[in-house]
Design a protein around this ligand. Structure first.
Ligand code: FAD
Ligand code: NAI
Length: 460
């Protein structure tokens, strides 16, 4: 395995379990990849901490709790984040040992189709001969032409996870997942946040109704949005940086000032330094490694999984692929159901989705039915004071089979799992609607939305 992220380490564990003699090469110095080190986990630690702060500052009064003088110790908050990351990455190292996987700390480079040279972090080179190689080198930050990310004033997600102080003014370029999650972190800590998005809505791949509501809710939280604007330049200044934007449709240029600029316009496949040419592995024009249904590249004994092959750039998608690829190598029936991969944005409220959006179904000419249920009508959400959002279940008009689900809600990320399971089992909206749900739980909103698909909502 080249790369110790969710794709590589999960594949290595499965390979160890299946009896393959396995080595994992990782150059970062710690296992866990982007996700554990500078992605999923540190961002969630900061999202949770700042959510608690926000709640204690503004949300307790309605429950009759008086919290005065609530303040933030940013260093302690960052220390919590680092402790969690440290413990989890060490945990992965333990899992390598437990599954008899050799962990090699260094940068891998193909010397030929079967030979990999590793420039060891500790000095020297180790050459490995491998009957099969799996490329799981992930992705890296993309930037825009003419913008230099210095990770101090002009930062990527990595820099935005470790700012030394709360910026008075943060400009986020890109209204996608990273921009809105990390924008939320700093907004809650007091930064003024403006999101500049090229397209006419935030989270453009999401169901349109969800995007619209999400933007409205974030607006209430103090986010400012400049949609349909493109950034033409970012210049560092003495105090921070200036960001030049112009409307996409044409019009006057505006110059915005910021203490910190977060560039969050997507990620690119990462194959730098791998010397793929020596192995004869092909890439697409955008640098992704194309694979067949068995995750083999154009060189049959070299496989690739995770962010580097494209598709959804999500840790759990990368893990599924790593496991499936190894199982296929072992002659088993590894498989990834791409219709049942959930996506979650861990803001407050959370956004969660699985399957198709209304826009996709309309485009594909598939007739569908919708059931929706708002959290304002859910007893538990009311008791918890978390009534923002709704559940939307989409089912095939003819067969009632569930085609997608989209949730905005405080616990949407956990809730979506029920619909993912139902889709995995080929379930219909009626299956969800006839399943007993504990009362009072937010999960009942899924059942009500599923009942709504066939016009039978009970609790509203
Ligand atoms: P990576 O995790 O990128 O791992 C690849 C590893 O390969 C890296 O550690 C790299 O150092 C190593 N490597 C590269 N080249 C070499 C080489 N030549 N030799 C040795 N090692 C090499 N996804 C979610 O599902 N949920 C989330 O909440 C979430 N939050 C995120 C938040 C942020 C800020 C970011 C940036 C991403 C987030 N993601 C999230 C996406 C997630 O991190 C990725 O989808 C996931 O890490 C991809 O896993 P991977 O194993 O394919 O690649
Ligand atoms: P993204 O693809 O989610 O969003 C990028 C946004 O930038 C899009 O809305 C796009 O239209 C906009 N954009 C592109 N070029 C622009 C320009 N020139 N000017 C203004 N806007 C522009 O990418 P993001 O947020 O960088 O995240 C990268 C990846 O990391 C995502 O694919 C995501 O899957 C993963 N991730 C997942 C998380 C999760 O699962 N909770 C959290 C964070 C990241």
């Amino acid at each position: 395995m080249i790369g110790g992220g969710p794709a590589g380490y999960t594949a290595a564990i499965r390979a160890g379990q299946l009896g393959f003699k396995t080595a994992i090469v990782e150059k970062r110095g710690t296992l866990g990849g982007t996700c554990l080190n500078v992605g999923c986990i540190p961002s969630k630690a900061l999202l949770h901490a700042t959510e608690l702060f926000d709640e204690a500052s503004h949300g307790f009064a309605k429950f009759g709790i008086k919290a005065e003088g609530v303040s933030v110790d940013l260093d302690a908050m960052m220390a919590h984040k680092s402790k969690v990351v440290g413990e989890l990455t060490k945990g992965i190292e333990f899992l390598m040992k437990k599954n008899k996987v050799t962990y090699i700390v260094g940068a891998a480079r193909f010397a030929g189709p079967d030979t990999i040279d590793v420039a060891l972090n500790g000095g020297g080179t180790r050459t490995i001969k491998a009957a099969r190689t799996m490329i799981a080198t992930g992705s890296d930050v993309s930037s825009l032409p003419g913008i230099t990310i210095d990770e101090k004033t002009v930062v990527s997600s990595t820099g935005a996870l470790s700012l030394a102080k709360v910026p008075a003014k943060l400009i986020v370029i890109g209204g996608g997942v990273i921009g809105l999650e990390l924008g939320s972190v700093w907004r809650r800590l007091g930064a003024e946040v403006t999101v500049v998005e090229f397209l006419d809505r935030i989270t453009p791949a999401m169901d349109g109704e969800i995007s619209k509501n999400f933007q409205r809710i974030l607006g209430k939280q103090g986010f400012e949005f400049m949609l349909s604007h493109k950034v033409t330049g970012v210049k560092p200044t003495k105090k921070g940086a200036t960001v030049t934007v112009v409307p996409v449709a044409g019009g006057d240029e505006k110059v915005l000032e910021a203490d910190i600029v977060l560039v969050a316009v997507g990620r690119r496949p990462y194959t730098d330094g791998l010397n793929l040419a020596a192995a004869g592995v092909a890439t697409t024009e955008r640098g992704f490694i194309p694979v067949d249904a068995h995750y083999a590249t154009n060189v049959p004994h070299i496989y690739a999984v995770g962010d580097v092959i494209g598709g959804l750039m999500l840790a759990h998608k990368a893990e599924e692929e790593g496991v499936a690829a190894v199982e296929i190598m072992a002659g088993q029936h590894g498989h990834v159901n791409y219709d049942a991969i959930p996506g979650v944005i861990y803001t407050m409220p959370e956004i969660a989705n699985v399957g198709r959006t209304e826009e996709e179904l309309k485009k594909a000419g598939i007739a569908y039915k919708i059931g929706k249920f708002p959290f304002t009508a859910n007893a538990r959400a009311k008791a918890n004071g978390q009534t923002e959002g709704f559940v939307k279940v989409i089912a095939d008009a003819a067969t009632d089979r569930i085609l997608g689900a989209h949730i905005i809600g405080a616990d949407a990320g956990n809730m979506i799992a029920e619909v993912v399971t139902a889709i995995e089992f080929g379930g219909a909206a009626e299956d969800l609607a006839r399943t007993s749900h504990a009362h009072p739980t937010e999960m009942e909103a899924i059942r009500e939305a599923a009942l709504g698909v066939n016009g039978a909502i009970r609790q509203m």
